[in-house]
Ligand binder design. Structure first.
Ligand code: NDP
Ligand code: 8X3
Length: 250
């Protein structure tokens, strides 16, 4: 049987790292990406080198994305599953006090970065008439919460792009799915609060948050359905978080 290849963006931490582990455990060859080369190398050093490829690039850098993905060695080009996971939130404030550099980084990463990677990888999938793109959106792409403005807008864009990709790629036999998690304890809040670990820890205090493996489990489930089955959209929340802005804490 042919080997199966999954490319996971943002695999140096959190949900992306958990997805990479899960696909590897399920027998896939994995391509892991991120900006932190040392983490990619550490990850790879624990696994069978013939089944893992590290690509260090910033998804915001259009030419770097294209150059890196289009010059992949032949044996790594037939990507079956693309998990568009790389993303972040920066800050939590009203839009009228918002940091405009934060806005640029979120839109460039969560929306344009996802587009650059998807455009590049979809070329081969279209040619082979086979593939599955799984976008990691967020509950912030389904609802809007106070002070989440631009992050929510970026994830609403991921929701819209997932629908658009599904329509445009269906005739080529390509599946497009989106997974929208609520609160998952990863490095997400540390990044959002720019290294303030105490503030980040408070986000997950007093309730049972999701963990990265919960999301990886759903992503793998979606990828492992029969070829005629597509899970379009999945919203996954902690039981204690019925909507984005309500968390029942003990
Ligand atoms: P982490 O901060 O733990 O991981 C984020 C990953 O994205 C890292 O691997 C990081 O790699 C990568 N990344 C960020 N910016 C870039 C960039 N410019 N270029 C390449 N890679 C980048 O957070 P999560 O695992 O929680 O987040 C993963 C995804 O899940 C994001 O899209 C996030 O919006 C979404 N999400 C998270 C939720 C949560 O509560 N945690 C809930 C809903 C959605 P590196 O820094 O090495 O580049
Ligand atoms: C991450 C979850 O609720 O902070 O996307 O937006 S939330």
């Amino acid at each position: 049987m042919d080997k199966k290849i999954a490319l996971i963006t943002g695999a140096t931490s959190g949900i992306g790292a958990a997805c990479a582990h899960r696909f590897y455990e399920e027998g896939y060859h994995i391509i892991i990406t991120g900006r932190r080369l040392e983490r990619l190398n550490n990850f790879a050093s624990q696994l069978d080198a013939s089944r893992i490829k590290c690509l260090c690039f910033d998804v915001r850098d259009r030419s770097q994305v294209i150059q890196t993905l289009e010059t992949l060695p032949m044996e790594w080009r037939k990507i079956d599953v693309l998990v568009n996971n790389a993303g972040l939130a920066l800050g939590l404030s009203t839009f009228f006090k918002g940091d405009m550099d934060h806005w640029d980084t979120m839109m460039d990463t969560n929306v344009k970065g996802l587009l650059y990677v998807s455009r590049s990888i979809s070329q081969g999938m279209i040619g082979r008439k086979h593939g599955h793109i799984i976008n990691i959106g967020s509950i912030a792409g389904k609802e809007v919460y106070a002070n989440g403005n631009v992050y929510c807008a970026s994830k609403h864009a991921v929701d819209a792009l997932s629908k658009a990709m599904r329509i445009e790629l269906a005739e080529y036999g390509i599946r497009v799915s989106a997974v929208h998690p609520g609160a998952v304890e990863t490095e997400f809040s540390e990044v959002r609060f720019e290294g303030d670990t105490e503030k980040a820890a408070l986000v997950y205090k007093g309730f049972e948050n999701l963990v990265a493996e919960d999301i990886a489990d759903a992503v793998y489930y979606i990828a492992s359905r029969k070829p005629h089955v597509n899970i379009n959209d999945l919203v996954i929340m902690p039981q204690a978080q019925p909507v984005a802005s309500v968390i029942h804490r003990k």
